[in-house]
Design a protein around this ligand. Structure first.
Ligand code: SF4
Ligand code: SF4
Length: 150
């Protein structure tokens, strides 16, 4: 990982911004642990949760479980006050913007500012914090649709 992480990076989600939870179409892929945690949080059985809140996204020969979007591209869990499942939100959401693809180098981090106005502002996240967020996703694959939905 580039040394630009050594001094930590600033990021604070900006009040009123909904950009990464809606506005544009996108995918929020769920891991098996995400599905279990969200089912517990919502008191839903897994099949009910998958059929109500999830969709199948095919990538090549594999299909993954992603959250559904509303017609306006908002996440199903986005409400006026923010994320309605915040304590149980998917790891993809909980770790943004500290993703390996965004932290490739200083330039990719700077480029992400065009999407996320919280980057470079507010709280300073130490290198250790950032590396533990990166570790949360390392080696964890999204759940495969056919293995989950029956
Ligand atoms: S794009 Fe950035 S500032 Fe906007 S909601 Fe997402 S994390 Fe927060
Ligand atoms: S689950 Fe919550 S944090 Fe993630 S995209 Fe949906 S509303 Fe946003």
């Amino acid at each position: 990982m580039g040394s630009f992480l050594d001094q930590g990076l600033r990021f604070t989600c900006q009040s009123g911004c909904r950009y990464c939870c809606g506005v544009e179409p996108g995918y929020v892929f769920l891991t098996r642990d995400d599905i279990t945690r969200l089912c517990d949080h919502l008191h839903l059985r897994q099949q009910e949760f998958l059929r109500t809140y999830c969709r199948k996204v095919s990538m090549g020969s594999i299909s993954y479980v992603s959250l559904r979007e509303r017609e306006n591209n908002d996440c199903e869990f986005l409400i006026e006050t923010g994320c309605s499942v915040y304590p149980a939100r998917p790891v993809q959401c909980a770790t943004y913007p500290f993703w390996s693809t965004i932290l490739t180098d200083a330039a990719t981090w700077e480029e992400e500012k065009s999407w996320c106005p919280g980057i470079g502002k507010g709280a300073l996240h130490t290198k250790d914090e950032i590396e533990s967020l990166l570790a949360m996703r390392r080696g964890v694959e999204p759940a495969v649709w056919e293995e989950m939905v029956f």
